[in-house]
Write a protein that binds this ligand. Sequence first.
Ligand code: EPU
Length: 332
Amino acid sequence: MHSLSVLHSFGFGYSAANLLSIDSVASIHQVFSTIKNQHFIVLGAGSNSVFVEDYAGTLVKIDLQGIEYTDSVDYHQVSVAAGENWHKFVCWCLHRDIRGLENLALIPGTVGAAPIQNIGAYGAEVAEFIARVEYFDLKDMRLKCLDVEQCQFTYRNSIFKSKWGQQLIITSVVFRIPKAWNANTKYGELAELVAPSAQDIFERVIAVRRKKLPDPELVGNAGSFFKNPVVSSSHGEKLKQAWPELPQYPATPGKVKLSAAWMIDKLGFKGKTLGGITCHAQQALVLTNDGSGTGPQLLTLAREIRQSVQSEFGVWLENEVRLIGEHGVIEL
Ligand code: EPU
């Protein structure tokens, strides 16, 4: 048995039956010949996965390391192994004057996990910088790759979240970052920066994150627990009549994205506690574990929030975090 408390940032002290590590393509073969047809979960840094009870299968931890750089006249091209830490990679780029990823500073997790949910923050999404994703196909045990268009990136989503995506191991992500750089200050708290450098944006993003989001090293959490819901523009219009202050952002044509944090906050959940689980006092979209929380408490509070949002706003929230029960991924 392997304790999960240090393997996922929510910090519940459940255990997993088996743990195997992948640190080379050769070890993928070894690991999957050991696992055969048993259940497995692929895990990076565990910063977006919450184990809500003991897990009966095998955890496959991705520890692939390495960064390779090439360039062309207009682009930096960086191939990064899936197990590299995301924030360290952002710093690696800035130290080499490769600018563009600074809005995505301090996001917990690994590089290999970044394309799965198309990590995004402060006006940027990782998909904007990806050329292709390299993966090992577990069906025929071969290395393959998908170009960015094939990854089907949308808000917090990609082909890697589909059923097809469960039968592969992302081995590396190849980034294509334009050498011509423009400051991305679309996000409210960055807009006030005057002629910022990439380093200024990096520092401001870190300051904003530290102010609003709990540090997973100190307080168990997995970032935003829910996604911001995307609804039809007509539903958005109705909500605007009733709740003019509810933030709405443009989404795909005919749709708008609503602020889940605002709705949860409005319903009075901010700071609310159930056992060891709290709806974070600085950001209502984040649920935290004070170290004494349990999986059932988390599920109960999250379902109560989802139900209240549904009753008041007619919007069904989806969890952004991956919830894992005894036999694998579960629905909220
Ligand atoms: N708001 C409230 N109450 C709160 C928090 C926010 O009313 O408790 C309002 C704010 O006033 C603001 C709006 O809600 O108008 C949006 O808040 P914020 O800018 O903090 O962003 P978010 O939509 O709640 C998303 C991402 C975060 C990312 C931030 C910044 C999702 C699910 N979450 O949060 O990502 O850091 O934008 O870009 O899209 C994560 O995925 O784990 C994560 C932290």
